[in-house]
Design a protein. Sequence first.
Length: 148
Amino acid sequence: MKRFLLILAIATGFSAAAQAQPTSSAPDDKNGPIITFVVESYSFDSIKQGDVVVREFKFTNTGKSPLIISEVLVGCGCTVTEFTKEPIAPGKTGIVKVEFHSANKMGPQDKTATVKSNSTGGDVILHLKGTVLVAPPTPAPPVKTPVK
């Protein structure tokens, strides 16, 4: 009898927990904004350490209501962004500009910028990919020895 009561209590607890879960409040896909980028990734091939890569990612609101970008998050202090801040009407375009500063970086890089908006498609992750080559050291000037 104790086992039965224990199983019943556990089942009731799981049932109550499942019912307490919030439901998704995703926007209506038919009438919401949709952010559509021309490209979501850019390869800068190889650059020298210290170079700066700048890429403007163009997008269009292919949805039926105004698109608003709330923020663009980057994964590294070496990457900065600018983006269209005003609402983008259906059919209109905007940009997300991403700058990667390669000072103190070397080797393969994949820098990301996560675009957060009210798009029914959710967040979009943009990529800047390539390799940073270590700049050769600057040769020291020759040492002059005094003549005796």
